[in-house]
Design a protein around this ligand. Structure first.
Ligand code: CMP
Length: 227
């Protein structure tokens, strides 16, 4: 049981629930800790729980037989994952790996489905988040199939800006840019292309690079150029 329910009340899909219900969820779930780089769940296994990130970050990925990996999304504190196999009863659709030491809150399938049936606001909030993810996936398909190298890399930067970026006065700051190989796995391109394109963006003044920190200097303009 969590010491307090503050964390759950900050999770968007639970934010409309009253304190009593949050207490119930807090009591019925368990916290599990995962070390950086550990696999939380694997593609193809059976799903029995929903995971909510209390602390840390995870990556959602799929891999092919030849060990190539494509990163579908990066999720942060208060995000959830693992809902798909609970809803459709099929196996896990992707592999989820901790990219920081992470603390996860697990809710068993029966309790999760009961929440959806009992609280329409939770269902609507879940659908809203799934819609957002579908939009992001559509954007990714477009980038992978239609765009040139710059478009692919820009799409990944826009995805990161949305997922982990901080926006202030039209500038987006991404504090911990993933390694170039990971960016390549997100963009469906090579590490060399990532390196070349980031430097070309920097030369054009579209981004500023400072160690693992990246700034998109004019977020609106960047979106207009590459969306
Ligand atoms: P599930 O299929 O149970 O297990 C893997 C989880 O990864 C899945 O539920 C979703 O929560 C998450 N996931 C799968 N595909 C995507 C995607 N394209 N974007 C974001 N999250 C995803």
């Amino acid at each position: 049981m969590l010491n307090n329910i503050e964390f759950l009340s900050n999770v968007p899909i639970f934010s409309d629930l009253d304190e009593e219900t949050l207490q119930k969820i807090a009591k019925s779930g368990v916290i599990q800790n995962y070390k950086k780089n550990s696999v939380i769940l694997s593609e193809e296994e059976t799903g029995s729980a929903l995971f909510v990130i209390a602390e840390g970050k995870v990556k959602i990925s799929r891999s092919s037989g030849d060990d190539k990996e494509v990163i579908l999304a990066i999720l942060n504190e208060s995000d959830f994952f693992g809902e798909m196999s609970l809803l459709d009863g099929m196996s896990r659709s992707a592999t989820v790996t901790a990219i920081d030491d992470s603390k996860l809150f697990l809710i068993q399938r029966t309790e999760f489905l009961e929440l959806l049936r009992k609280y329409p606001d939770v269902s609507v909030a879940l659908l809203t988040e799934l819609t957002k993810r579908l939009r992001a996936s559509s954007m990714k398909i477009k980038a992978l199939s239609l765009k040139d190298a710059e478009g692919k890399v820009a799409t990944v930067l826009l995805q990161l800006a949305d997922e982990v970026g901080k926006i202030r006065h039209g500038v987006v700051e991404i504090d911990h840019l993933p390694y170039q190989q990971e960016l390549a796995n997100m963009a469906g391109t090579s590490r060399e292309t990532i390196s070349r394109t980031l430097h070309s963006f920097a030369k054009k003044g579209l981004v500023e690079l400072d160690g693992s920190r990246l700034r998109i200097t004019d977020y609106e303009k960047f979106k207009e150029m590459f969306n």
